[in-house]
Design a binder for this molecule. Structure first.
Ligand SMILES: C[S@@+](CC[C@H](N)C(=O)[O-])C[C@H]1O[C@@H](n2cnc3c(N)ncnc32)[C@H](O)[C@@H]1O
Length: 481
């Protein structure tokens, strides 16, 4: 489960039934749990959790899906991470309006209800093809007084899947999300149930329209990918949940077909149920590995996991202060880059970011317009200087200066490679990030309290040329050991 998911440690059903008494009649002995095979009990549990933890009221038709709250919350928290990391390098930060789209919001409208309750700055346009679900979703939005922040559009079998983006061509969106119908047919549903993909105990109350679509979920997401080619950066991140492991590979193959290299994959685990989510972007924003890569991918999909955007360089037996100074010196010696220093980060933290320990506040953010650090770049620069015979008139090639002529917004928009650098304790491992060789490791680590084994963590934040990011990391790493 997501680290910020409030259901990570399970649910105390007895305590929940005290807060939401209708649940008491579904408690079963001896463990005081509920029967997940009983759809009324499941429905009541969803109502209870939404009531207690989000102050949301919800009404659901009996013949439509009853959404499990912990799993739906996982997807929203991942989107929060995506949004925060995407806006990390921007001037306006994560505090302005965030505009999302939920494709197939369902009878509950669970995603926009949860997301808007958690973040007051979020707004949604949601779509739905099923008239029964559409009516119910509208009711749920209205009883929670969210009509001014969640707008529904009705679609039909021939509409584009990304209809909300097509309807308003002037509007920009931060993300799309979708929990698509997973299956291609009734046979597909029963085969999956036999393979226990649906979870051995949970009952599914979904109607055919919620669960079945021509070609199954990968074809549905494939349509989104094709439509997104025409929309491009008007939406920053396109995402979708996937119910089958096999679909992850199928969707990544679609990305490859359309040369989409900026994609992300995660996994949502709730009890014995596993779901996956994919995202893709035409922007040059790159997300840290903690968001863009599954931590322990099933071997079946390991070759489909996107390349690392986070690289760790171990540095042995050094104090944090010395390493910080070393990094400052190296960075300041690189020509034509702009560096944002730690104090600037701290100024940016606001209450919006409280509880989100995603972006550390003690690092460097480096903006580069071109490669000035590689051997070939330095040779090129030397040749130019030699040819000119004098340095006059070549100010821009002279040793490093920090750009002070432009606002950070201009620098950020012109940057072709943006990378954050943080010092991490060597015990820090929140994800399976790329580790560089600890070359230069020699002697025993000092026992001095101020010295320790640390990692320099490089995260690619923006750019289209992976080689530029990697060569920058190599240059700084080589010089910091
Ligand atoms: C698996 S349900 C998900 C419902 C809800 N989002 C949730 O997570 O509980 C899929 C939903 O997509 C809707 N749907 C199917 N095809 C659609 C399309 N082309 N456009 C919009 N919604 C669609 C279905 O009616 C259904 O409500």
């Amino acid at each position: 489960m997501h680290p910020r998911n409030i259901y990570r440690d399970g649910t105390d059903f007895v305590q929940l039934s005290i807060v939401y008494p209708p649940l008491s009649k579904y408690l079963i002995e001896p463990h005081k749990t509920i029967d997940f095979g009983d759809q009324n009990a499941q429905r009541c549990l969803t109502e209870a959790l939404l009531h207690r933890d989000f102050k949301l009221k919800i009404q659901l038709p009996l013949d439509r899906l009853c959404p499990p709250v912990p799993n739906r919350l996982n997807y929203i928290l991942w989107l929060q991470d995506i949004n925060l990391a995407s806006r990390y390098i921007e001037e306006h930060g994560p505090y302005t309006i965030v505009q999302g789209i939920d494709i197939g919001t369902g009878a509950s409208a669970i995603y926009p209800l949860l997301a808007c309750t958690l973040k007051k700055s979020w707004k949604f346009v949601v779509s739905e093809i099923d008239p029964i679900s559409l009516e119910s979703a509208q009711q749920n939005i209205s009883i929670n007084e969210l009509d001014d922040r969640i707008h529904i559009v009705q679609c039909n079998a021939t509409s584009p899947v990304l209809l909300p983006l097509v309807l308003d061509e002037d509007k920009r969106f931060d993300f799309t999300m979708c929990n698509p119908p997973f299956y291609s047919s009734f046979e597909d549903v029963s085969q999956s149930a036999e393979a226990k993909q649906y979870g051995p105990n949970a009952v599914c109350t979904g109607a055919a329209i919620e669960m079945i679509t021509v070609g199954g979920e990968s074809a549905f997401v494939g349509k989104m990918v094709k439509e997104s080619l025409g929309i491009q950066e008007r939406c920053r991140w396109y995402t979708s949940m996937l119910g089958k492991l096999s679909s992850v590979a199928e969707v990544v193959d679609i990305f490859t077909t359309y040369s989409i290299d900026n994609y992300i994959i995660t996994e949502f685990v709730q009890g014995q149920t596993r779901r996956w989510a994919v995202g893709w972007s035409f922007s040059d924003i790159r997300l840290p590995d903690s968001i863009s890569r599954l931590q322990k991918p099933n071997p079946v999909i390991s070759k489909y996991v996107p390349a690392h955007n986070t690289i760790l360089q171990p540095v042995v037996s050094i104090s944090r202060e010395v390493l910080y100074e070393t990094l400052s010196t190296i960075l300041s010696s690189i020509g034509k880059i702009y560096i944002r220093f730690p104090n600037d980060f701290n100024e940016r933290s606001t209450s919006e970011m409280k509880g989100i320990d995603l972006e550390p506040s003690d690092g460097f953010l480096v903006f580069a317009q071109e490669d000035t650090w590689s051997r070939s770049a330095r040779r090129r620069q030397k040749r130019l200087l030699d040819d000119s015979g004098a340095r006059s008139g070549l100010d821009s090639l002279s040793p490093p200066t920090l750009t002070t002529m432009y606002s950070e917004e201009v620098i950020s928009s012109r940057s072709t490679m943006t990378c954050s650098i943080h010092i991490r304790d060597s015990t820090f491992r929140n994800v399976d990030v790329a580790m560089r060789d600890a070359a230069g490791k020699h002697g025993k680590p000092s026992l001095s309290v101020s010295k320790q084994d640390l990692n320099v963590e490089f995260t690619w934040r923006k750019g289209r040329d992976r080689r530029l990011f990697e060569s920058f990391c190599s240059h700084v790493s080589r010089n910091s050991m």
